[in-house]
Design a protein around this ligand. Structure first.
Ligand SMILES: *[C@@H]1O[C@H](CO)[C@@H](O)[C@H](O)[C@H]1NC(C)=O
Ligand SMILES: *[C@@H]1O[C@H](CO)[C@@H](O)[C@H](O)[C@H]1NC(C)=O
Length: 255
């Protein structure tokens, strides 16, 4: 084929693909698979107030979440079990306040209800609210609006590098925070295994922090992580035998 013919051929092929593929993906209603919620924001433009919080994460920049985060209202937070889940959000039905575009965030905090107020109670049950970092909010809405209607959907998390395990607590009450988790992102069950033990089920302490009373000092620790979608992976010999609390270990692989 001559060069020009090739270009025309490629263009026709692309048009055919757009005509056929786009309606298959997006043809069912305006926002197939998207649910209704609202978006608000908290903290300043540098996200100061978004650090730490109810999921148990710490410095969100160091932990790989950055400012691409949200605090979820009671209805979405699910007592911390959705910490680490990822969502796409877009502002809808508010031409005056919406900024076009879709953002992707990880749930890293809780937006607590306030029963003392009767207005602006966006985080009170049963309302679904994403209290975004200010930086992310400004990507989909104007500052002045303060609150906008959004459509949202769960999406797989894409993280760089391995799942990380932060040890907390003390040798007699080991607590572990798993973070930087890809795939479904939210942990449903965590087990730990020492070199000399079988798998030990850890209990949920709060947020995404898990604990066990079994003393595992002097042993290499392995972790078995099960996500909310049932996907399970083993992270073998993650720590050294001389591990102590307050360290972070790289699981090397991810979901
Ligand atoms: C929330 O989680 C904590 C810790 O896992 C648990 O003790 C508490 O009962 C849970 N609350 C509800 C309402 O499920
Ligand atoms: C993990 O460490 C233990 C103890 O050093 C060793 O016996 C085992 O082979 C290691 N497992 C893997 C998969 O490297």
């Amino acid at each position: 084929m001559k060069f020009l013919e090739k270009i025309i051929y490629a263009e026709v092929l692309m048009m055919v693909m757009v005509i056929w593929v786009v309606p298959i993906c997006y043809g069912h209603g305006d926002h197939p698979g998207w649910l209704d919620a609202r978006a608000t924001f908290y903290g300043d433009i540098n996200g100061g107030e978004t650090q730490q919080g109810a999921c148990g994460y710490g410095d969100l920049h160091k932990q790989g979440y950055g400012l691409e985060t949200a605090a979820l209202s009671t209805a979405l937070f699910n007592n911390g079990s959705t910490c680490g889940a990822c969502y796409e959000l877009k502002c809808v039905n508010s031409p005056q306040w919406c900024v076009p575009g879709i953002i992707k965030i990880t749930a890293t905090n809780f937006c607590p209800p306030d029963y003392s107020k009767t207005t602006d109670i966006w985080c009170n049950p049963p309302q679904r609210d994403f209290d975004l970092s200010q930086k992310m909010y400004l990507k989909i809405a104007k500052y002045k609006a303060g609150v906008v209607p959004v459509k949202y959907r769960r999406v797989p998390c894409t993280k760089t590098g391995g799942v990380k395990f932060e040890t907390k607590g003390n040798p007699h009450f080991l607590m572990v925070l798993p973070y930087n988790i890809g795939g479904a992102g939210d942990v449903r069950a965590l087990q730990v295994k020492g070199t000399k033990t079988a798998w030990i089920k850890m209990q949920k302490n709060w947020g995404q922090i898990w604990n066990t009373g079994v003393v595992l000092t002097g042993q290499c620790l392995s972790f078995r992580v099960t996500l909310s979608d049932g996907m399970t992976k083993d992270f073998i010999n993650v720590t050294t035998p001389s591990w102590s609390c307050g360290q972070t270990f790289d699981g090397r692989i991810n979901f």
